[in-house]
Design a binder for this molecule. Structure first.
Ligand code: BGC
Length: 703
């Protein structure tokens, strides 16, 4: 049975405990099945539609920057509604006015809390619906191949399993209220050449690294729509890439519609229509009159058009867009519950990278004065100004957060222009602690745009280090005050080599959303413990990572990046994937596998104990990796296959259970064109980061 959440939405808002559908399926039909009633209604509509009316369902109706949502045409004669689309990776796009600004997706990836992500996605979707929108252009689930990618902040991290779990959670949450469109299919992770670059990739790498999370949002979460990427894959633009669209539709059984990315995301009429692009966004260039003509001349068959329009109509009817309930009340937008969610996400996302000499937490009882340096300390630095930009009515800056939470201590800004003036020096020296807020802004990393009507935006980062001004500021402050705490803002890895040794503490605070400053203060003052962990590798220097090429128009994507790459090369990153400190400590014990010989269709059940051995409560993100002994192909040294966030009081022990389906350990055999589970030994490692895994065991898979 399918769930029609539009009808239920107002009720669900009032009764949060009833949020899951009776059959536990996300909105819309179950992935395997189609609703016969909907299909019959689609048949009847198709029978009545003219060619022009069918083609009209296959393109956008213009919209931004000339309107306030991205739309597709309605057909009033037949009662077919249009789509109203808004972006949403960190909240509802600013083009629809104010909305709750959540920490960016990368920050949320650092929470490793997929249930929280589900709740956030639901909140974004409710706000989207309240603004009259029915399609949320999110989640962005492209693998972070390299931290210089300008849109790194819009995705969850570098790992496939982690991306999969977050992508599925987002879609399940969002589709309680609207249709979701996962983007950008596929291998989209370079900005400056995004409109043309061809990612050259072998089938195995594509299948194992760049596609599994798209497959999961189709198979597990029944995503309503997929947006193609601007780039090419193996020479063919994604919007007309038949092999990619065949995998999506024929192999995975995707029943929804494929829409192109926006400006120049559709590049042809016949190849795109034949390959399986369903909707050209945002306006008809190739899928308007030219497509009508191509059908009339017999170059595109009516069957192709019907199959495509069926996908569009199906989703409209499944989601009840033809008979929508009243939208949620506007008061849901920036409601106190949503702000509290943004706060929770910010608190759980921040990563303590270094903490020596008990620099943190700042104990209010011992504190008279704190100086806060750096112009970013008092800036609402919430992320880039591309399509994911969100405009909240207010945002708590780091300075404001620290000032309002400091108790009696004076929190004083210095070096507001990133340069320490002589006049500031005495204040810095005399302070009990100095907090330096530095990092990146939309001028350093952003979605790339260079179009006359819209303007230009930064694109990819030029390097991984901080600007010389920010490094100098850190060093100047640290020279005056030994208790210097650096707070980094940004969307991905920032290298720290030139200044790390000079300071006592470092926090990765991301673009932390509208409640970021309040969450930062809570953590720095020790009202809560840090619990975020890095969803990517921070190298010592960029040459520890694969090269990042944002100038060539053909870029090879090899199998290894991030932790897979540094593990393979046996190099030591500065901060490994999964790393993050806490105010407490955790011990791991008693790893047990339910069986040490299993079959290829079995699931390996793993249990272990984790204990909070320190003085304060804390959450630990526990991680499970699997390695492959004697594989016939080169595999990663280890791959993340499970994780959980465990809350523990001081002294408390909990038993954690994780399940690893053996099918998830298969590799893609391009010759056989299939997944192969090898009858070999698999090593299980459990611990606190990809480089700190105290528990080990192994199991064998029978053939
Ligand atoms: C971006 C998409 C976005 C679309 C609509 C494109 O340029 O790549 O992520 O959804 O614009 O704003």
């Amino acid at each position: 049975m399918s769930c029609r959440l539009p009808v239920l939405a107002p009720l669900l808002l009032a009764l949060p405990l009833l949020l899951s559908c009776s059959d536990d399926a996300p909105r819309g039909p179950v992935a395997e099945g189609l609703d016969p009633d909907v299909e019959a209604r689609v048949d009847r509509l198709l029978d009545r539609m003219t060619l022009e009316e069918k083609v009209e369902q296959k393109h956008g109706s213009g919209g931004l920057p000339f309107g306030d949502v991205w739309g597709t045409p309605a057909n009033d004669r037949l009662g077919i509604p249009g789509f109203a689309m808004l972006d949403g990776p960190r909240g509802v796009s600013k083009v629809a006015g104010e909305a709750t600004a959540f920490p960016v997706a990368m920050a949320r990836g650092a929470t490793w809390d997929v249930e929280l992500e589900r709740r956030i996605a639901e909140a974004v979707a409710v706000e989207c619906a309240a603004k009259g929108c029915n399609v949320l252009l999110a989640p962005a689930i492209n693998i972070l191949r390299h931290p210089r990618w300008g849109r790194a902040q819009e995705v969850y991290g570098e790992d496939v399993h982690h991306m999969t779990r977050f992508g599925v959670a987002f879609v399940e949450g969002a589709q309680q209220h609207v249709l979701a469109s996962a983007k950008h299919y596929a291998a989209n992770s370079i900005e400056d050449t995004r409109y043309d670059v061809s990612v050259e990739i072998d089938e195995r790498t594509l299948r194992e690294i760049y596609l599994p999370h798209f497959r999961a949002v189709v198979k597990e979460a029944n995503i309503a729509s997929i947006m193609t990427a601007y780039n090419r894959v193996n020479g063919v633009y994604c919007s007309e890439n038949e092999p990619l669209l065949d995998i999506l539709k024929d192999e995975w059984g995707f029943h929804g519609f494929v829409e192109s990315d926006w400006i120049d995301g559709t590049l042809s009429t016949i190849p795109a229509a034949e390959a399986g692009l369903d909707i050209e966004m945002p306006s008809p260039v190739f899928f308007g009159d030219e497509l009508v003509a191509a059908v009339e001349s017999g170059e595109v068959s009516m069957d192709t058009i019907d199959a495509s329009v069926r996908r569009v109509l199906r989703r409209k009817l499944e989601y009840g867009l033809d008979d929508p309930p009243a939208p949620p009340d506007a008061s849901v937008v920036e409601s106190s519950a949503h702000r509290a969610l943004a706060h929770e996400a910010a608190r759980k996302s921040m990563v303590l990278l270094k903490n020596e000499a008990e620099a943190l937490p700042l104990d209010r009882a011992d504190l008279t004065s704190v100086v806060v340096a750096g112009h970013l300390a008092d800036v609402e630095n919430l992320g880039d100004d591309g399509s994911s930009d969100v405009s909240p009515s207010t945002a708590v800056t780091p300075l404001a957060g620290l000032q309002s939470a400091s108790g009696g201590a004076a929190v004083t800004p210095v070096a507001s222009e990133d340069v320490l003036e002589t006049a500031d020096e005495a204040a810095v020296s005399a302070a009990d602690a100095a907090v330096v807020v530095v990092g990146l802004t939309s001028e350093d990393e952003s979605e790339y745009i260079n179009i006359d009507v819209i303007g230009s935006q930064a694109g990819d980062r030029e390097g991984l280090a901080l600007s010389p001004e920010h490094v100098a500021l850190i060093q100047d402050v640290a020279a005056l005050n030994p208790r210097t705490i650096v707070v980094l803002e940004g969307g991905s890895a920032i290298t720290v080599e030139s200044w790390l040794a000079d300071v006592e503490a470092v926090v990765m605070a991301w673009y932390p959303g509208m409640e970021g400053g309040a969450a930062l203060a809570e953590l720095l003052f020790g009202d809560a413990s840090f619990s975020g962990k890095l969803p990517f590798t921070v190298p010592q220097t960029e040459d520890q990572l694969p090269p990042f090429d944002n100038t060539s128009l053909e870029v090879p994507y090899g199998h290894f990046h991030g932790y897979r790459h540094v593990d393979r090369n046996d190099t030591t990153p500065r901060f490994p994937f999964g790393y993050g400190l806490s105010y407490t400590s955790f011990a791991y014990e008693n790893l047990q596998l339910e069986a040490d010989v299993v079959g290829p269709e079995d699931t390996v059940r793993v249990t272990f104990e984790v204990t909070n051995t320190g003085p304060v409560p804390g959450d630990e993100v526990v991680q499970l990796y699997v390695g492959y002994e004697g594989s016939s192909v080169e595999r990663s040294v280890r791959e993340l296959k499970g994780f959980d966030r465990v809350s523990l009081m001081a002294g408390e022990t909990k038993t954690v259970t994780m399940e690893v389906p053996v099918r998830d350990l298969a590799y893609w055999d391009a010759g056989a064109d299939d997944w192969i589970v090898e009858p070999i030994e698999y090593g299980v490692q459990v611990g606190t980061s990809s480089r700190d895994l105290p528990l080990e065991a192994s199991f064998t898979v029978t053939s």
